[in-house]
Design a protein around this ligand. Structure first.
Ligand code: AKG
Ligand code: MN
Length: 209
């Protein structure tokens, strides 16, 4: 698997534009300075109403390997891997991050899925954020706080599939857009031995709400 960064990457202002087929992937290595990012991280861990969602796998209900909170405008309800999530009202810190991200990406977001990976045993499996309520070419803005984790990308339809890895840093922003969700899958694999936690906020816009 090819590692960070992609050949042909170009700097774009304070962002790095990753060159991948049929997609746009823009990385801002630091949108908040590390001390403010740490304050945000600690506040979110303490104040977000984290939920343990469960999924039916082979007829058995199992805990998903992370805690979550769905947050957003009151009308946004969302389906994720078969789970229906009703939104919590905006938290002050999340709203602050939202405003920064909306400004940088020049996009509108009416909700955010927040994931809390308690340690390296927590993860998210291969998937695309391609739910119909997000539209055909969604802009997904993904903010990372806490432990650095590897984020992996894999082509959906090609054999052999190209794969890439990116290191997602404390206080960084990754914007996935264009036809990315149609052509690529992404995952956050387990990181055996990692004891530190990470929070990820993926801002989304549910169309027609
Ligand atoms: O934690 C991450 O960086 C990715 C999370 C993700 O892909 C999702 O919540 O859809
Ligand atoms: Mn995703």
């Amino acid at each position: 698997m090819q590692t960070n960064l992609f050949s042909g990457d170009e700097p774009s202002g304070e962002a790095i534009k990753h060159s991948i087929d049929n997609a746009q992937l823009l990385e801002y290595p630091q949108i908040v300075d590390p001390s403010e990012a740490t304050q945000m991280f600690e506040r979110l861990i303490a104040e977000i109403p984290w939920r343990q969602e469960r999924l039916k796998i082979a007829g058995k209900l199992r805990d998903i390997p992370r805690l979550q909170c769905w947050m957003g405008d009151s009308a946004s309800e969302y389906g994720y891997s078969g789970v229906r999530l009703a939104p919590c009202p905006w938290h002050e810190t999340v709203k602050k991050i939202h405003d920064r991200v909306a400004d940088l990406s020049a996009s509108t977001f009416n909700c955010v899925l927040i994931n809390y990976y308690r340690n390296g045993q927590d993860s998210v499996a291969w998937h695309a954020d391609d739910e119909t309520e997000l539209g055909d070419t969604p802009v997904i803005a993904s903010v990372s706080l806490g432990a650095e984790r590897i984020f992996e990308l894999k082509q959906k339809h090609q054999t052999p599939a190209k794969k890439y890895k990116l290191l997602l840093r404390h206080g960084s922003l990754l914007i996935m857009s264009g036809t990315m969700q149609q052509h690529w899958l992404h995952q956050l694999p387990k990181d055996e031995g990692l004891l530190e936690a990470r929070i990820n906020l993926t801002f989304r816009n549910i169309v027609g709400k």
